[in-house]
Design a binder for this molecule. Structure first.
Ligand code: PMP
Length: 372
């Protein structure tokens, strides 16, 4: 079976597994304990992981806060920052293709008095900087803009939006879950971007492990933010709970590997995508239609309609041969709000499948599509 649902999740890299195992076995110490070896080793392992995550994102290690994944990271930043900034205004901006862990949080905030603008993407799944600028009000305090989309692969102009936010004193958060390991990220160069969410299981690390990057100011201080999880004060008091050392080590190792292979993996994803598109075009011609944008796109995500064929039936039928999905794994029972946002009707949504590639497969494995 060929696994092509890598935007839903990825398998753990063998080196990630090897790095994690000691922390499930002999190195079981609590990194908050002191003096004895198992605790010191756990603390050192967490420190190294933090350094590796920061290196992948090009930020400082003390700007990384470990979490259970992007759902928590998005909740923490959106709720925590808006709670602190509410005395300055109540308007927040997001887009209509966000993951539910952003959209649902913003909609919740609406119920407690925030005003929400949901920007509409164009047919390629992008918002533009001008559109963002137009949405700003004197009361705008916060924006959450997806960096790259999980169903289409569309990339938003985060650098331009960050410039606008910086000039207008708006806190900008970006859900970067889908872009880590697939595009170059250099947070030092994107001044106005205040926070991002990442999740290890999207780039060959373990599930239930992620992080927030939260920018410190010129004095080395975090902005005031209300924690989502109060307790023992771990992670600078911003995310309490005994650190999941094995999962953090897994995230760190996955980051180290992603950084080492970044250029190679990106070019492999582009090559695999071009190869597969050619196969699909030759084999299915006018019976298929691609939804994805051609520019400003994460490599390796293909959203395609098989005209007249129900996507659930197709994905089920292909399952013994190829693992695919109809869209986001998180909301597969509902018609995709992302595909609706780019203007597809229900019929077109119901015939769309998502193919998400991995740089760790070989081109010839994609020949399986020739045999369908
Ligand atoms: N944001 C995006 C864009 C995602 O694709 C996902 C996972 N499907 C999430 C957030 C949630 O991540 P996690 O599984 O780590 O909670």
């Amino acid at each position: 079976m060929l696994y092509l649902d890598n935007s839903a999740t990825t398998p753990i890299h063998p080196q990630v597994k090897d790095a994690m195992l000691p922390y499930l076995l002999e190195e079981f110490g609590n990194p908050s304990s002191k003096y004895y070896e198992a605790a010191i080793n756990a603390k050192e392992a967490v420190k190294l992981a933090r350094k590796n995550v920061a290196s992948l994102l090009n930020c400082q290690p003390n700007e990384i806060i470990f979490t259970s994944g992007s759902t928590e990271s998005n909740n923490f930043i959106i709720k925590g920052m808006t709670d602190q900034l509410k005395s300055h205004g109540n308007h927040i901006i997001t887009t209509n293709i966000e993951h539910s862990s952003v959209l649902e949080v913003c909609k919740y905030l609406q119920t407690i008095g925030f005003e929400l603008t949901i920007l509409e993407v164009n047919a390629a799944g992008h918002i533009n900087a001008e559109q963002f600028l137009q949405a700003i009000k004197p009361t705008t305090i916060f924006a959450s803009i997806q960096w790259g989309n999980n169903e289409l692969g569309s990339l938003n102009p985060i650098v331009k939006i960050a410039e606008i936010c910086s000039k207008n004193n708006i806190f900008l958060h970006a859900d970067a879950t889908q872009v880590v390991g697939k595009i170059e990220i250099n947070l030092e160069e994107v001044d106005g971007l205040n926070s991002i969410s990442i999740s290890a299981h999207k780039f060959y690390g373990p599930k239930g492990s992620g992080a927030v990057y939260l920018r410190r100011d010129q004095y080395g201080l975090y902005p005031s933010i209300t924690p989502l999880i109060h307790g023992g004060g771990q992670e600078d008091g911003l995310r309490s709970g005994t650190l999941a050392v094995h999962n953090i080590v897994g995230l760190g190792k996955a980051s180290e590997i992603a950084k080492q292979n970044l250029k190679k993996n990106i070019s492999q994803l582009y090559e695999l995508e071009a190869y597969l598109i050619k196969i699909l075009q030759n084999k299915f011609g006018n019976n298929i239609k691609f939804n994805y944008p051609t520019q400003n796109k994460i490599p390796g995500i293909i959203s395609v309609q098989f005209i007249g064929i129900n996507n659930e039936i197709l994905v089920k039928k292909l399952a013994p041969l190829i693992a695919l999905s109809t869209g986001s794994a998180c909301s597969s029972s509902k018609p995709s709000h992302v595909l609706a946002a780019i203007g597809l009707n229900l019929n077109e949504i119901r015939q769309t499948i998502r193919i998400s590639l991995s740089p760790y497969i070989q081109q010839n494995e994609l020949n399986v599509f020739n045999e369908l």
